[in-house]
Design a protein around this ligand. Structure first.
Ligand SMILES: *Cc1c(COP(=O)(O)O)cnc(C)c1O
Length: 374
C-alpha cells in the first residue's frame, strides 16, 4: 500500500449547495479523544448537544436530538415514524427535495397528494389550503423551508395555521435554513422538523438534527404497526438519547457517532456565540452584497431565488457552465454548484452558508467569476 500517500486534501472555498467550510474550532472538536457511547461524560455531552439544538431550533420539544446520518436520514426518520401504510400525506413540491419527500413517503406505503409549484417558485397558502380541503383525511402536510435546488425561500407561518385548523401535522425540511434563515419551531407550530449539519451550521456532514412536538409524539405512540426501519425507530432511539422520566439509564441502540457529536456541539456553540439574529443578519447582508455584484456582472437570479444561503443564477447564453465551474475550482479553489433537474446546465448555485458566508469570500467569488466570464 506504500503508493497511497498520506491524506492531504487541498483546502477549498466551499460555495456550493453544501458542505460549507468548517471552522477550525469545530474540526479540532472532532479530534478530541473518543470515549464510550455510554460513558457518563459522553451522556452529558449528548445532553448538552440536545440542549444547544433546542436553542438553535427555538423549541422546548423534549424530543430533539441528532439522528446518525445526513439530512436525508432526518427526512427518512420523520417519514417512517409518522406514516403507516395506507396513510395519506400532502407534500409540497417545487424542487428536488419536495420530490424526494414524495418518494420517501410513498416507500412508507403512504398515498401522497402533491401540491406543485413551478421550479423556483414557492407554494402559495391558497394552494396549500385547497389541498388540505381536498384531502381532509391526510395525516400531515410536508414542506421544504429552503429549497436548495432552486433558492426558493418558503414562508411557513400561514400554511402552518391552515394545516393545524385541519387537524394535521406540519412537517418541515430545514436542512439548508437552520442557522442561516429565521426559523422558529415552536412559534411557527412545526410538529416535526429535520436538518443537517453541513449547510448553515458549518459542521462536517454526518448528523441530522430532528425535533418532534408533543402532537407528533402522540401520533407516533398511537401507531398500529411497527416502524419499518429498525435503525430510525424513534420509540427506541429516545430511550438512548433522552433520560427516562425518573432519571433511568440509557439503553444501547446503536453506537452514537461520538466525535461527530463533539463537532456538532462546538458548531452549535459557535452559532449561539454569534447570536441567532446576528447570524441571520450576516447571511442577509452577504447575500445582498453577492446579489448586487452578480447583477453588476449581468447575471440574473432565477425568479424568487431569495434564500440568503443559496443563490441560484442563470448561466448566460453561450457560456459553458461546467467549464466555468472547473476553472473556479482549479484556479481559485472555489467550489460552486451546478443546476439540478430542469435547471441542469442552465443555472449555478452559489452557496453562502455559515462559516463560508464572509465578505472576503463574496468578493473573491465575484472577482473570480468576472475573470472567468470574460
Ligand atoms: C442537502 C439537503 C438535503 C439532504 O441532506 P444530505 O445531508 O445531503 O442527506 C435535504 N433537504 C434539503 C433542502 C437539502 O438542502
Amino acid at each position: 500500500m506504500s503508493e497511497i500517500s498520506q491524506l492531504d486534501p487541498a483546502e477549498r472555498i466551499l460555495m456550493g449547495p453544501g458542505p460549507s467550510n468548517v471552522p477550525v474550532r469545530t474540526l479540532l472538536a472532532l479530534a478530541a479523544p473518543t470515549v464510550g457511547h455510554l460513558d457518563p461524560q459522553y451522556i452529558q455531552i449528548m445532553d448538552e448537544t440536545c440542549a444547544l439544538l433546542r436553542k438553535v431550533m427555538r423549541t422546548e420539544n423534549r424530543l430533539t436530538f441528532p439522528i446518525s446520518g445526513t439530512g436525508m436520514a432526518g427526512m427518512e426518520t420523520l417519514a417512517v415514524n409518522l406514516l403507516e401504510p395506507g396513510d395519506e400525506a400532502i407534500v409540497c413540491i417545487n424542487g428536488v427535495f419536495g420530490q424526494r419527500m414524495q418518494d420517501v413517503f410513498q416507500r412508507c406505503g403512504a398515498t401522497v397528494h402533491p401540491v406543485e409549484a413551478p421550479w423556483g417558485e414557492t407554494i402559495s397558502a391558497a394552494a396549500a389550503a385547497r389541498a388540505v380541503a381536498d384531502h381532509p383525511h391526510a395525516k400531515l402536510l410536508a414542506i421544504v423551508h429552503a429549497e436548495t435546488s432552486t433558492g426558493a425561500h418558503q414562508p411557513l407561518e400561514e400554511i402552518s395555521s391552515i394545516v393545524h385548523q385541519a387537524g394535521m401535522l406540519y412537517l418541515v425540511d430545514a436542512v439548508t435554513s437552520l442557522g442561516g434563515q429565521e426559523l422558529q419551531v415552536d412559534a411557527w407550530q412545526i410538529d416535526a422538523i429535520y436538518s443537517g449539519t453541513q449547510k448553515c451550521l458549518s459542521c462536517p456532514p454526518g448528523l441530522a438534527p430532528v425535533s418532534f412536538s408533543e402532537r407528533a409524539l402522540a401520533v407516533m405512540e398511537a401507531r398500529q404497526s411497527k416502524v419499518q426501519s429498525w435503525y430510525l425507530d424513534v420509540s427506541m432511539l429516545r430511550n438512548y438519547y433522552l433520560s427516562k422520566t425518573g432519571g433511568g439509564g440509557r439503553a444501547y441502540h446503536h453506537t452514537a457517532p461520538i466525535n461527530m457529536t463533539y463537532a456538532l456541539r462546538e458548531a452549535l456553540r459557535i452559532v449561539l456565540e454569534e447570536g441567532l439574529e446576528a447570524r441571520v443578519d450576516r447571511h442577509r447582508r452577504m447575500h445582498q452584497r453577492l446579489r448586487a455584484g452578480l447583477e453588476e456582472l449581468g447575471l440574473q437570479y432565477v425568479p424568487s431565488s431569495s434564500l440568503y444561503g443559496l443563490n441560484c443564477v442563470r448561466v448566460p447564453k453561450g457560456v459553458d457552465e461546467a467549464a466555468v465551474r472547473t476553472q473556479l475550482l482549479e484556479q481559485y479553489g472555489i467550489e460552486i454548484g451546478a443546476g439540478l433537474g430542469p435547471f441542469a446546465g442552465q443555472a449555478w448555485r452559489i452557496g453562502l452558508m455559515g462559516h463560508t458566508c464572509r465578505q472576503r469570500n463574496v468578493d473573491l467569488v465575484l472577482t473570480a467569476l468576472r475573470d472567468t466570464l470574460v
